[in-house]
Design a protein around this ligand. Structure first.
Ligand code: NAD
Length: 446
């Protein structure tokens, strides 16, 4: 659905009124188009560590215009801030205030990306404080950026270099229009595994992928995005959505599998379909989900159990079947759709939030199982996304949901899809057990 307010405040009288009253004027976000430049304008790489030098060299090999020092009043596409060697809170000031001097030169749709190490692996309380400080710094900076610019961070666990395949994949994702609605977030790279993409515009070439709930909304967008990125698709939805499912499957030249994922044999049906047609399955995207909102005082068995059954129990059961199958063994990828409701909580959604928080718990606990086969499992937690689901929310509540994030607008299904495609790619193999929010830095709750 369209965001009429956002259109109104960018033209004629609407623009003047919004300016005078100090109303939000959401910027048009820079979204990915195949073949477009990764970023427009020079990239400033700040920091004196070896990682900063190596990153600058790597970015030069991507044909980017790289600066190691700011040129006064030059418009910048991105600022990369290597903070991987901070040992005490006092170490933060110099690099951060140096970057601050360039912030006014950041172009609309620009990017700030920090590179740091986890506080949990620091060898002293002072180092942990400095590393954790980056968290608060970056999340606050992201709230100050304007013009559709975003701020995100990459956290490298011990033994992972800034130039490992997955660190570079995360950096490429954050710099590109693929991450348009990801703001104020950190991605932890936990291992050096992963292979750089041979073709950055077709990172899923040759992959066989299943998407559940693909007949409409976010699921249909995931199908289109994975297809654009080179994957061959199997699309799953309930029999009642069969016609819509067939239409999407035709569009992406995939096959349709009419299946209620809460059936006991759903996992076997999925793996059977993939094995019969393609001999294997590489990527499983758990997107199907439902809401049955009610205040807890009015909650009944059917509303509680259907939401838990479809949103989390079905995923657990399907994953168990997939992991037991010899057809899901070569660098298998699972990406689940959670929700920011599962992080912050949401009035009227005790059942939904329990199911989505459950997805995050499942993902974290399953990461070692997938790593054993060179694979990964991650979750994407969307905030307010413009779909049929959110179109049904009453106007006033919908406006609050839309505006109360750093980008002052709802995301699009394609924003969730881009993040899923990134996490499903071979280059992202070193990212495992993570939850990445696609919420424009939602300010409600956590
Ligand atoms: P949607 O209702 O438009 O689409 C969901 C699809 O899942 C439908 O096609 C539906 O038929 C299918 N589905 C439902 N139950 C199924 C079952 N038992 N078996 C197979 N398919 C089934 O929803 P959407 O807005 O596109 O949401 C997609 C996912 O994103 C859901 O998991 C949802 O919880 C999550 N999400 C959405 C938002 C948002 O703002 N729209 C925010 C956070 C999370």
């Amino acid at each position: 659905m369209t965001d009429k307010y956002a259109q109104l405040v960018h033209h004629g009288v609407g623009r003047n009124v919004a300016k005078k009253l100090g109303l939000p004027q959401p910027a048009a976000l820079r979204r990915y188009q195949p073949g477009q430049p990764l970023i427009t304008g020079p990239v400033l790489v700040q920091g004196n560590s070896a990682d900063a030098d190596n990153l600058a060299a790597e970015l030069l090999s991507w044909d980017l215009d790289v600066r190691r020092h700011a040129v006064p009043r030059e418009k910048l596409g991105a600022i990369i801030l290597a903070l991987d060697e901070v040992a005490s809170p006092g170490d933060l000031e110099k690099p951060i205030l140096t970057a601050a001097a360039s912030l006014r030169d950041l172009a609309p749709g620009g990017r700030v990306v920090t590179v740091s190490r986890p506080a949990s692996e620091a060898d002293s309380p002072a180092a942990a404080a400095a590393r954790q400080g980056i968290d608060g710094f970056l999340r606050s900076l992201a709230k100050e950026l304007r013009g559709g610019a975003t701020g995100n961070g990459i956290v490298l666990r011990q033994g992972v270099q800034a130039t490992s395949a997955s660190s570079l994949a995360a950096l490429r994702f954050f710099l590109s229009g693929r991450s348009a609605f990801v703001d104020g977030q950190f991605i932890t790279v936990s291992s050096a595994s992963g292979e750089p993409a041979r073709d950055v515009d077709q990172p899923l070439a040759g992959k066989i992928a299943v998407v559940t709930g693909a007949a409409r909304g976010i699921g249909a967008a995931i199908a289109r995005t994975l297809h654009r990125d080179g994957a061959t698709l199997i699309l799953v939805d309930v029999p009642a959505a069969g016609d819509q499912l067939a239409a999407v499957a035709n569009e992406v030249r995939g096959t349709a599998l009419q299946l209620d994922i809460s059936r006991d044999d759903a996992g076997q049906r999925i793996i059977g379909h993939a094995a019969q047609r393609h001999g294997r399955l590489d990527i499983m995207v758990h997107n199907a989900g439902i809401t049955r909102d009610k205040l807890l005082a009015n909650m009944d068995h059917s509303k509680w159990s259907s939401v838990i059954g479809i949103n989390i129990t079905a995923q657990l059961r399907i994953n168990e079947a997939l992991l037991a199958s010899e057809h899901f063994r070569e660098s298998p990828r699972i990406v689940s759709v959670a929700s920011t409701s599962g992080i912050a909580g949401n009035r009227g959604q005790t059942n939904y939030a329990a199911s989505k928080a459950g997805v995050m718990g499942m993902v974290r606990a399953s990461a070692p199982l997938l790593a054993a086969h060179g694979g990964s499992i991650n979750a994407v937690a969307p905030g307010f996304i413009e779909t049929e689901m959110t179109a049904r929310i009453p106007f006033a509540v919908r406006e609050i949901g839309r505006r109360l994030n750093s980008l002052q607008q709802g995301g699009r299904p394609t924003d969730v899809a881009e993040t899923i495609a990134f996490l499903a790619s071979d280059a992202a193999a070193g990212i495992n057990g993570e939850v990445l929010r696609v919420c424009g830095q939602n300010m409600v709750g956590a």
